[in-house]
Design a protein around this ligand. Structure first.
Ligand SMILES: [Fe+2]
Length: 297
């Protein structure tokens, strides 16, 4: 059987070029339509990351990969994972065709539903992805949904997203940066040392190594408004990683009313992705080797 592909509705022209648009409906995970190749891709990526991640990913992530049994062989069934989620943090995975519009995505999170693209990348493109697939969404994001504090943070983010969406594009950009630098590319300072928890890192072999071992990027202490003002890159490994002390710290910041923060940030300039400020808590001031200076957003 051939590799299973999602149904793209159309390609939409945006300032980032043509991007695919999918149906925003929740679908059944078409588990029976996965080919042997699809299951093999999952197993290959899973084995590769699990060999790499001990000593790199935080303990909560590693333990929850085990609890879910994500390495039992082949692509997991969402219905199985949902049984454990229902008994623990009350989250639920829903299968979708691909990236969702912001408001739809936020609404899912606010109701403790995590959308997962049901399709998996081709074996010829194990390391390059232009959009998130099942391995990124499931392996990268779902393990930490079993962590009660992180689970609450994700819901609070969804609620905050709905609000920011109503306020306007600048507020939305500020909030998107928070997601980018925490949920996608966050580092955490633990008694055992610096570890990763961001889904974009733990699901990527290259960035799992780079984010901790390379002297090039900055590693800076997390600060909410600082993060919200910092542009990021989607086309390279990150130039700056922000380091939290705990998931509790992350959840605490979402308790603040962001509306006055957005109003304040509107009056201030953004920071470039590679910038280090005098007031930053610096774990590493990167060498910035190989960085390009344009293309932040
Ligand atoms: Fe993601």
């Amino acid at each position: 059987m051939n590799h299973a592909n999602p149904r793209k509705i159309e390609h939409q022209h945006t300032d980032r070029g043509y991007i695919p648009v999918y149906t925003t409906d929740v679908v059944e995970q078409p588990w029976g339509s996965y080919s042997k190749t699809d299951h093999d891709v999952w197993d290959t990526l899973f084995r590769r990351q699990c060999k790499l991640l001990p000593g790199r990913a935080c303990q909560a992530f590693l333990e929850n990969v085990e609890r879910f049994g994500l390495g039992d062989g082949g692509i997991p069934r969402f219905t199985d994972l949902n049984k454990l989620l229902a008994r623990t943090t009350g989250w639920k995975l829903v299968a979708v065709e691909g990236l969702l519009p912001d408001d739809v995505f936020f609404n899912h999170l606010a109701h403790r539903r995590f959308p997962v693209s049901w399709w998996i990348r081709n074996p010829e493109k194990l390391d390059y992805l232009s959009e998130p697939d099942l391995f990124h969404d499931l392996f990268g994001h779902v393990p930490l949904l079993l962590n009660p504090v992180f689970a609450d943070y994700m819901q609070a983010y969804g609620q905050g997203g709905t609000k920011a969406f109503g306020i306007g594009p600048e507020a939305l950009m500020n909030l998107t940066r928070l997601y980018w630098y925490t949920v996608e590319f966050g580092l955490i300072n633990t008694p055992e040392g610096m570890r990763t928890y961001g889904s974009g890192i733990v699901s990527s072999r290259g960035e799992s190594i780079y984010c901790l071992d390379s002297p090039a990027p900055n590693r800076l202490g997390f600060n909410l408004e600082r993060v919200m003002r910092t542009r990021y890159r989607i086309d390279t490994f990150q130039q700056t990683y922000f380091v939290i002390d705990s998931f509790e710290q992350l959840f605490e910041v979402t308790k603040a009313n962001f509306t006055p923060i957005y109003a304040r940030l509107k009056q201030q300039t953004d920071y470039a992705a590679a910038e280090v400020l005098i007031e930053d808590r610096v774990f590493t001031h990167g060498t910035h080797e190989g960085f390009v200076s344009d293309g932040d957003r």
